[in-house]
Design a protein around this ligand. Sequence first.
Ligand code: ATP
Ligand code: MG
Length: 464
Amino acid sequence: MPHVLIVDADAQSSGALRTLLADESCTCAVVATLRQAATQLALQQPDWILAAHDLPDGSGLDLLEAVDGDEAPALALMADRPTAEQAIDAFRRGALDYLIRPIDARRLRQLLASRKPRSRSDAPRSAAAPQLLGASPVMQTLRDHIDRVAPTEASVLLLGESGTGKELVAQNIHARSPRHRQPFLPVNCGAISPQLIESEIFGHERGSFTGADRQHKGYFERASGGTLFLDEVIEMPIELQVKLLRVLETGAFMRIGSNQELGTDVRIIAATNRDPEAAIAEGRLRLDLYHRLNVFPLRIPALRERGHDIDILARHFLDEFNAAHGTAKQIPPSALVALCNYHWPGNVRELRNFMQRAYILSDQVLDTPTLEAGPARCSAMALTLAIPVGTSLADVDRKLIFATLELCGGVKKRAADLLGISLKTLYNRLEEYGNDDRAAAIAARHQGVPASIVVPGYESGLLN
Ligand SMILES: Nc1ncnc2c1ncn2[C@@H]1O[C@H](COP(=O)(O)OP(=O)(O)OP(=O)(O)O)[C@@H](O)[C@H]1O
Ligand SMILES: [Mg+2]
């Protein structure tokens, strides 16, 4: 039976919480201050601490220091209206969740179900996976779902626009799963050449084709015991989808050039930024594979649906840049408002790249005009592609591709990301249009932007 320590000076709130916990068959102790909490912790180690952010003698967050160590309980904070700063600080310091008072019984049940009582030493989340930041309700729900599905063996299909954090979610699922000590292997199905993809996935024997001068272990073998992350799964050639399905169903595969069946022990997480049902209708995704992968679909919300998370993430990225370069640049509140009003078609990746650019271009305080002008300009361009009814689909495709290239300053990789297609597909389309000159002209027009500023240690998005 889980034991919960409630630390809250508001007697009404802690009373209500105690009743909810009793309904969930938890035992609990209730105290009102940090000092009393310290005494209680010495008497009985709880599985959970639910602490108010504001306490008469400090913050519930301070308990994280008091309970550090291998056997530490999980801590969730509670507040009536947590500010963005409080939420960032809490997650960064290691709180597992943020509950908004009055606490909803369903939310509490999900939280308790997300972690069985156990010591922190065997908690898979301690395996390093970058933190999935965000305090918005959609992100809280996403974290709940991750916590629920992670310990299972279910295949997960991650759906979401480009840059929403699908790979990060996959890493978090792996890190919280019993497989967390085994490999997490990402495979970008859109980036491997169709000639090599089969051998990359299943491996090959020496001499099985020209150039196969030694045995090669494929992803299934290398990920054994762990998780295989099939990114951009819809880009996988259709013949290979048949083979993948067979492996997933039989749990066995053969290296190319071998008759010997090898057993698989991998968990599959797949991702796509396209609509799988449209891909099925277009004949690009096999329905049977879709059903096999879609055991537990998880939709990653677009950044524009996450409200103040934009604020949290912008500050987080700025903190990262400051820490990496030993600076203390700041962002003015007016700039944060501008960021929150932009619709971020490239989602978190675009925000990170944007902050990096603003960081580089600013001195002590991030330049408000740069921040305000940047997203606003992009937004106007992104939203004004007018297509008259009666335009053929092929023409719509072409117009959209060139408009997106324009929006991305001619950077094809970024345009492909926004369009949700692989870079190779974009090149193929441009070639089909016989119009690569136009793409080159777009790139040339945008050449005023410094093309090769690279901040050591960071991928440079808008700038490269
Ligand atoms: N909630 C988040 N908290 C912190 N960082 C995030 C979050 N979501 C995304 N990021 C960061 O944004 C960037 C893009 O994330 P990621 O690569 O996981 O997106 P994606 O959905 O896989 O994109 P694509 O569809 O283009 O492959 C990464 O640098 C990632 O660490
Ligand atoms: Mg990705």
